[in-house]
Design a protein around this ligand. Structure first.
Ligand code: ADP
Length: 564
């Protein structure tokens, strides 16, 4: 952002508070620029000359209104001087008086571009700079916080590029102040207000070096509660952070159906985070040599002890290799305790690669991640092999509950599931998308509990099955989710609000009795909530209620057109 642009944009903020006093001030500065000595000499000479002429006319009995050319010139100069004096002292008075002009007058000073952005006149910018230099002790900005003179200096350094925005935390040693200064600087640079994006209420120290760089505030997402979800004999109130109307209400209805049916049951099938580096050799044969070495059961013990040395919790489980020519993709899987585990598995992989370099010096490590892991991308390897926690969750919903709570019938649900979640998704070439809306529930629970929201991609892989049981009367419903990637320590889980949601579920932090117990429980809750969400949405579609309920809960009659 160039300096000129800064000047232009910074004026937008400052004009609101300070520039208003200076509407006509450039004229005042022009007046001052005439040397006062010359002015007073001319003024008093003219007055002196006129008084002498006046005395002579009285002595000679000459009528006063009879004037010659020089007297006429003296009179004109006298009046011009009076007007000048009035103007000069009058402006000083205006400058010293608090500004009282209205918004309409303000608009006259700011021109508007076709896209609505304010263009500040150069004369205003000069005025703003003068005011900043001479008068400003404290300035109120859109954040409703006082900018001290000390802050002002840092803000200007950031705006001008002398201080990099990213260095504010380390320079100031105060994360909240750094966020505030960055925010004000950003407002000035862009000329856009951040009003509405809260600054207060977040512990900026807690995100430093862990959750977010260069913070300027935080986004508010409402958290709703679905439940109780009766799962494996325990009740959970499920926090869901979402802005999609209907979602919590719908999941809540599913929870109710499960509850009155006696609850859902879940089984954790697998628990292992993966990382797959890509290494290259000169020949495919050498790549295959390493593959056989890594997959040889006799070598596993040594490799595991090398892998495990960097963490108390990361324990190597399996190594699976895939070859593409002379490139080898090595998919390491390890348990990670209560952590989601990406850092942990990466450290273990690094240890093994360093160890292998001794026996395979011709191995060229191209990348610690070769996308065969596969993180945050839809991939069949996760769908088939699993990543993170693999969970299956089921419930039997009696006929009366399907009727009374879900307002549909078993046959309709089974048919819809077959044609939509199975056949429809197959027709669409889905990868792990054999469900109605698993990602809705996964994302909402992830946001509420501090999970990595980008991992909703593979975490939402889910196949929903529905079958008529007990002689066709009742509904057996299940969700199978092979890649639920969750943790209860590390990342965003330690932030106050996310931590409170984990606490509500009884899975906050590290499980003291059984490492990984909390993360595994959270994965089961995610699957149970998805089961509830699937039941409810599928029922709404089967009963033809989807559009109706969305019109009720998801459509506001408020005017949402952009405000200028
Ligand atoms: P991730 O591997 O998910 O990115 P982090 O490395 O950020 O997670 O956080 C895991 C950290 O928490 C590690 O330093 C680990 O030693 C520590 N930790 C403490 N208790 C546990 C636990 N029960 N399970 C896993 N990690 C734990």
């Amino acid at each position: 952002m160039g300096k000129a642009q800064f000047d232009q944009h910074s004026g937008d903020q400052m004009l609101k508070t300070e520039n208003k006093k200076m509407v006509d001030s450039p004229k005042a500065f022009d007046a001052i620029s005439i040397p006062m000595g010359i002015f007073f000499t001319v003024f008093f000479s003219v007055v002196y000359y006129l008084l002498i002429r006046w005395r002579e006319k009285i002595r000679n009995s000459t009528p006063l209104h009879v004037v010659n050319m020089s007297e006429m010139a003296a009179i004109i100069t006298f009046f011009a001087s009076c007007i000048y004096l009035l103007g000069f002292f009058g402006m000083n008075f205006v400058q010293a008086t608090p500004f009282t002009e209205t918004e309409e007058e303000d608009e006259v000073e700011e021109e508007t571009t076709p896209c609505g952005a304010s263009v500040i006149r150069e004369s205003d910018i000069v005025s703003v700079k003068e005011v900043m230099k001479k008068e400003v002790e404290t300035v109120i900005v859109a954040t409703d916080t006082v900018v001290t003179e000390e802050d002002e200096e840092v803000i200007q350094a950031v705006v001008s590029g002398r201080t990099p925005s990213y260095s504010l935390e380390s320079k100031l040693g105060d994360c909240k102040r750094a966020a505030f200064i960055r925010r004000v600087a950003l407002e000035r640079i862009t000329g856009k207000s951040l009003e509405g994006l809260p600054l207060e209420g977040l512990d900026y120290e807690s995100i430093l070096g862990q959750c977010c760089e260069m913070p300027v505030g935080y986004v508010q997402i409402p958290v709703g509660i679905a439940g109780p979800l009766l799962l494996d004999g325990m009740e959970f109130s499920v926090p869901m952070a979402t802005t999609e109307g209907c979602l919590v209400a719908s999941t809540n209805r599913g929870c109710k159906a499960i509850y009155v049916s006696g609850g859902a049951t879940s089984v954790l099938l697998k628990d292992g985070m993966t990382r797959a580096p890509v290494v290259r050799f000169a020949t495919a044969k050498r790549a295959a040599d390493l593959k056989f070495f890594l997959e040889e059961p006799l070598n596993f013990g040594t490799l595991a002890s090398v892998f495990n040395k960097s963490s108390r919790f990361g324990r190597l489980q399996t190594i699976r290799c895939a070859i593409a020519g002379k490139n080898l993709y090595i998919r390491f899987t390890c348990s990670t305790g209560d952590a989601m585990g990406m850092n942990m598995v990466s450290k273990g992989v690094q240890n093994v690669l360093e160890y292998l370099q001794a026996d395979f010096p011709d191995m060229d490590v191209i990348g610690i991640s070769g996308n065969y892991c596969s993180d945050k991308k839809p991939a069949a390897v996760n769908w088939i092999e699993g990543r993170g926690k693999s969970v299956v969750c089921e419930a039997v919903i009696p006929e009366e509950v399907v009727k009374k709570v879900l307002k549909t019938d078993v046959a309709s649900l089974v048919e819809l599931n077959m044609l939509k979640n199975l056949t429809g998704s197959a027709m669409a070439g889905a990868l792990g998308g054999f469900n109605a809306h698993a990602s809705n529930i996964v994302s909402a629970v992830y946001l509420a509990t501090g999970q990595d929201p980008a991992q909703n991609v593979e975490s939402s892989h889910c196949i929903t099955m529905m079958e008529a049981v007990n002689g066709g009367k009742d509904l057996h419903v299940s969700v199978t989710m092979p890649s639920i990637e969750v943790g209860t320590v590390g990342g965003g889980t330690q932030l106050a609000s996310q931590s409170a949601c984990l606490n509500l579920l009884g899975v906050k932090g590290a499980n003291r009795e059984c490492a990984g117990g909390n993360a595994r429980q959270l994965a089961k809750v995610v699957a149970g909530s998805v089961l509830a969400g699937e039941l409810s949405l599928m029922s709404a579609i089967a009963a033809g209620q989807l559009v109706k309920s969305h019109m009720k809960y998801n459509r506001s009659s408020k005017d949402v057109s952009a405000k200028p």
